[in-house]
Ligand binder design. Structure first.
Ligand code: DWN
Length: 415
């Protein structure tokens, strides 16, 4: 339901703690986006939670109001493995090699990664003899990392664990936190832990999708219960200054996860021109005001109408439709739009841990991507639209045979 004007909301801001959050979007009550369902459990009840998004007028942080226990989100059968995307692996390797050179890292350094998953990024440091330590509460991912020789603690990060790491390993020259600072219920505890662990001359790099791209490209499906927060530079700047740190630089990756920022945070102030101009641009464009977000809900509704119309017409014409990417964002999109096996025959995904399971809520079955050539559906809906290029480059044979891809955002379109 779109919000024409701020809807006063219960609850306090996850960052500054102030009341007065202003809701601007409700995606209804949805299942957990990564809680894929075993076929034998298809008739069992699935936990659903409200998915409402609000803006904090005090520190500009965009956030969801519901708080699902982190153990339920990231420990109980969490299936996301970072190594199933070549693009992400390339991006991560470039980041690591850049840090090794730029920071002069060597065997006397320490690199700590928070949400290190299966060791996909830290391995780039370890192969150069640079001491690393991973932290990730997801047991299977932590086990995979340890098995690959990347020492990893299967724990949630916060001040207590920071203290233990500091005692056992000393301060971190580099802390990397990619796609995790949006995922932590205790945001201030997480940042306080990083402030405690980072060396006095150290660097913290935090990567998360950029809320400006979420709004500009209508990436509403990137909203799900794992993502507690959606960041602007303004909100990150306020957050880290509260912990005695400074947003000293910002890098922008327009094609990663629909638009990602890499914030460079340090325990001393040395703000780059690039960071200052990003902050100024946000003030100029109003990202620190409710008005910037107020009409977002109406645009989401429009996409819903257009996509259901397009898929319905294709289905009514006798076309077969599948989907690509059993992604968390795909779960939000399918459940918010009510798209199930009435419109989609199946979803394909390279992640072997997801194959054979059902999408949360709508229970569309998940298969290996080879099904696209075996069954040659007329259309494939790109649920993992953030990897469109990588996916299309793999599926040239499907396209050569006349198959067509559909992207759902920023507007539903047959490619
Ligand atoms: O923050 C998060 C983002 C960064 O990644 C996590 N909370 C969870 C996850 O969200 P997601 O599941 O929407 O992310 P992806 O990486 O966009 O999901 C892509 C899906 O597509 C994965 O299941 C892997 C799969 N895939 C594939 O089957 N073939 C991906 C590529 C690139 C491919 O070629």
């Amino acid at each position: 339901m779109p919000a024409e004007k701020p809807l006063p909301t219960e609850g306090h801001c996850r960052s500054c703690g102030e009341p007065g959050l202003q809701t601007f979007l409700s995606l209804g009550s949805t299942p957990l986006a990564d809680a894929l369902v075993r076929p034998e459990d298809a008739d069992a009840p699935e936990a659903h939670f409200p998915l409402d998004v609000a803006f904090c007028p005090n520190c500009a942080l965009v956030q969801i109001l519901e708080e699902v226990p982190a153990e339920q989100l990231f420990v109980d059968n969490y299936l996301y493995f970072s190594s199933f995307s070549d693009e992400l692996l390339r991006h991560s390797r470039e980041h690591a090699l850049g840090l090794v050179e730029g920071r002069g890292l060597d065997s006397g350094s320490l690199v700590v990664e928070l949400a290190s998953n299966d060791g996909y990024l830290l391995k780039n440091f370890a192969e150069q003899g640079i001491p690393v330590l991973g932290v990730d509460p997801a047991p299977d991912q932590a086990e995979a990392a340890n098995a690959a020789g990347i020492p990893t603690l299967a724990e949630f990060f916060g001040p207590e664990l920071a203290e233990r790491i500091l005692d056992e390993h000393g301060p971190a020259d580099v802390i990397i936190a990619n796609n995790v600072m949006a995922h932590v219920p205790d945001l201030n505890g997480f940042v306080a832990g990083m402030a405690e662990l980072v060396a006095e001359d150290g660097l913290i790099t935090v990567e998360n999708p950029y809320v400006r791209d979420l709004i500009t490209h209508c990436e509403f499906d990137t909203i799900y219960h794992e993502h507690f927060c959606y960041y602007s530079c303004t909100a990150v700047d306020a957050l880290v200054r509260r912990h005695g740190m400074f947003l000293n630089d910002v890098e922008y990756f327009p094609n990663l996860h629909g638009g990602t920022l890499r914030w460079h945070i340090q325990p001393f102030e040395n703000v780059s021109e690039r960071a200052a101009s990003m902050l100024e641009a946000e003030r100029r464009d109003g990202l620190d005001t409710f008005g910037y977000y107020a009409s977002f809900g109406e645009r989401v509704e429009e996409i819903r109408r257009e996509l259901l119309k397009l898929l319905g017409e294709l289905r009514d014409s006798g076309a077969s439709i599948a989907a690509y990417g059993a992604a968390a964002k795909g779960s939000t999109l399918l459940n918010y739009m009510g798209i199930g096996t009435d419109l989609l025959d199946y979803v394909v995904d390279r992640n072997v841990h997801k194959q054979g399971l059902l999408m949360p809520g709508v229970h569309v079955p998940i298969k290996d991507p080879s099904a696209l050539l075996e069954e040659q559906p007329d259309y494939v809906l790109l649920l993992a639209w953030n990897f469109t290029e990588e996916i299309i480059s793999q599926q040239s044979e499907y396209l050569d045979r006349g198959g067509r891809f559909i992207t759902p955002i920023p507007r539903p379109e047959i490619l």
